[in-house]
Design a protein around this ligand. Structure first.
Ligand code: PDD
Length: 285
């Protein structure tokens, strides 16, 4: 049975009831996290919890019990018989339910806390083949550093990319590559890996942070610097990172085939380093 967590209780998914006045539903007034369970441990749970704390702080959503979540997530995995499987845990915290009004409820209401787990292994075929990503203007707001559930801009862009045969979209803001609709982007030029620095224009990915640490530990040149979209023709290789896919090679950006159209050497190296780290069962930082 699919068991979810809602406001202090584990219940079957079809018994989980959320108010139509919930501000997550009405306004997208909520934040979330997605973390991966590798059949025995969560990858960098501390990183995910710290980012969730930050998202809550920036949105002024108060969830006093956040410190209990790591244990709760493991309980959720076990209640769903996923203990030995690769799965994804999703947690969402909304500002709670109150009559519709743009300003925060006063007095404040309890947040709505929902979590679920589902079996999902990593798609190894993508690792071997690589993916094509589209290029599009970044239509999002100026607080992409907050992991907000208000993802309509991401969804519209990603769907358009999918409709045109791409698996991700490479966002461009003011002429510079920011990130993907649901991943961070790394580009390799002259043997150096570039990725957009942490700022309000990207989400600070947990996979991204671990990749940056791995590169430093293994003597791979990596710069947290913006890359202008007009140098795409000079890029030899690229990859995207996220919790669900880990390190996924990019073999085409828009019309531009990268290198010989297969995953690049530095990408492969970083991919293997990340895999090894995951298999060792511990995060890098
Ligand atoms: N998305 N950038 C954006 C916009 C994202 O949505 C994500 C992840 C990332 C990568 O972050 P991380 O490495 O911590 O997963 C970057 C998740 C997987 C999602 O929405 O499902």
């Amino acid at each position: 049975m699919d068991i979810v967590y809602l406001n202090g209780h584990f219940v079957p998914r079809d018994k989980a009831m959320i108010s139509p006045d919930d501000r997550g539903f009405v306004f997208g007034d909520s934040v979330y996290e997605v973390m991966r369970w590798y059949g025995g441990f969560f990858f960098d749970m501390d990183g995910h919890m710290n980012r969730l704390r930050r998202s809550l702080h920036e949105t002024r959503i108060v969830w006093n019990d956040i410190d209990t979540f790591a244990d709760l997530a493991e309980e959720l995995v076990n209640k769903n018989d996923l203990g030995n499987d690769c799965s994804l845990v999703y947690v969402q915290v909304t500002r709670g339910a109150a009559p519709r009004n743009h300003v925060f409820p006063d007095p404040a209401v309890s947040p709505t806390v929902f979590a679920s787990a589902r079996r999902q292994s990593v798609d190894t075929l993508l690792w071997e083949r690589g993916i094509a990503i589209a290029v599009a203007p970044d239509p999002r707001w100026n607080r992409c550093d907050i992991k907000s559930t208000a993802l309509l801009a991401n969804i519209m862009s990603l769907q358009e990319a999918h409709d045109n045969g791409f698996m991700e979209v490479c966002f461009v803001r003011d002429g510079f590559i920011t990130e993907g609709a649901h991943s961070n982007i790394f580009l390799v030029r002259n043997d150096t890996v570039y990725t957009h620095p942490e700022s309000n224009f990207i989400l600070s990915g947990i996979t991204r942070k671990n990749v940056i640490s791995l590169a430093a530990e293994n003597g791979i040149g990596l710069a947290e610097e913006r890359v202008a979209a007009d140098i795409i023709p000079y890029i030899r290789e690229a990859f995207i990172t996220n919790t669900s896919g880990e390190v996924i090679p990019v073999i085409r950006i828009g019309d531009q085939i990268l290198g010989d159209g297969t995953p690049g050497d530095i990408t492969r190296k970083i991919h293997v380093l990340f895999r090894d780290k995951v298999m060792a069962g511990s995060p890098v930082h």
